[in-house]
Design a protein around this ligand. Sequence first.
Ligand SMILES: Nc1ncnc2c1ncn2[C@@H]1O[C@H](COP(=O)(O)OP(=O)(O)O)[C@@H](O)[C@H]1O
Ligand SMILES: O=C(O)C[C@@H](O)[C@H](O)C(=O)COP(=O)(O)O
Length: 321
Amino acid sequence: MSQNEKKYDLIALGRACIDLNAVEYNRPMEETHTFSKYVGGSPANIAIGSAKLGLKVGFIGKIPDDQHGRFIQKFMADAGVDTSGMVVDREGHIAGLAFTEIKSPEECSILMYREGVADLYLQPEEVNEDYIKQAKALLISGTALAQSPSREAVFQAIKFAKKHQVDVIFELDYRSYTWKSVYETSVYYSLVAEQANIVIGTRDEFDMMENRKGDNASTVGYLFRHQAKLIVIKHGVEGSYAYTKSGEIYHGTAYKSKVLKTFGAGDSYAAAFLHALMSGKDIQTALQYGSASAAIVVSKHSCSEAMPTIAEIEALIKANA
Ligand SMILES: Nc1ncnc2c1ncn2[C@@H]1O[C@H](COP(=O)(O)OP(=O)(O)O)[C@@H](O)[C@H]1O
Ligand SMILES: O=C(O)C[C@@H](O)[C@H](O)C(=O)COP(=O)(O)O
C-alpha cells in the first residue's frame, strides 16, 4: 500500500482516560470541591488534537465497559477520531482517572488513579494488523509499556508497523505512577526508542530512558545509531530542539502565554507538531506550531477540549512574528 492510499495519517496507541480538573483553582486539592470531567490520557489528547487540526486519526486502546468508557468513546468519535480499533474490556477493569491540582500557574500536579485500569489490559491479539497497515504512522505512548499485557500489545503493534512500512513515533510520556522501577522503565523505553523513527520527549523523560542524567548530544548520538531519523527534545518554557539524522538542529522558541496550568503542554505540542510535519511543513515551522498550540492549551482549563484550531495557532504565530 503506498503512503497516498493510506486511510489514516496517524494511529495512536495507549490510554484514553478521564481528567478531573480542579474547578476552584489556585488552591491545593485538599481545598478543592469541584472538578470538571474531560477525556484525557496523553495519546488520546494527541489523537483528539491532531484530528481537530485535520489529520485522519485512529486509536488503539482498551476502555471500560461502563459510563466512563462510553463517554470516552463518544467524545473521541465526535472529535473525529476513528474508534474502531478501541476494544471494550469485559473483565471489570476501570478507567484511569487523573485529578489535577492547580495551586498556581507554575505549581501544578496530577494525582493519578491507575490501579486495574482497562488501558493496561490491552492484549496483543486485540491489535489488528489490517488496521495498522492503513496508517502512515503509529504513535506509541510510553505509559502503555508499563505493564503486561499492554506492553506486549505495543510490541505487536510495532511488529505490524515495521512489516507494512508504517513509521513508528514514540512519545515517551513518562508517568511515575504506573512504573515499578527506573530500570524497568529504562529497559522498555530503550527497546522501543531504538525501533522508533521519530522520538519525542522532555529532557527528563530522555534521562529516564537512559537511566542517567544525559545531554541532548549524547542522546541523539545514541538514537541515531538505531532507527531514528528525527528526535524532538522539549525543555519547557526554554523551548524545544529537533535533531535530524543528517545533522540539522532546529530550536523552537516557546510563546508567552497567560498560563492557567502547566499540564497539557506536551500533548498539544505533539498534536500540532505532527500535524504540521505530516502536512509537509518544514521542521522549524512544525516546532513553532507545536509551541503555539502548547501556549494556547496552558492558558485554558482542559487539555482535550482546549486543543486549538489551525486558525488559532497561525494567529498566535503571526502575532509574534
Ligand atoms: N508555561 C508555558 N508557556 C508557554 N509555552 C509552554 C509553557 N510550558 C511549556 N510550553 C511549550 O510546550 C512545549 C512542551 O512543554 P514541556 O513542559 O517541555 O513538555 P511536557 O508538557 O510534555 O512536560 C515547550 O517546548 C513549550 O513550547
Ligand atoms: O496523560 C494523562 O493521563 C493525563 C492527561 O490527560 C493530563 O491532562 C496531562 O497530564 C497532560 O499533560 P502533558 O503531558 O503536559 O500534555
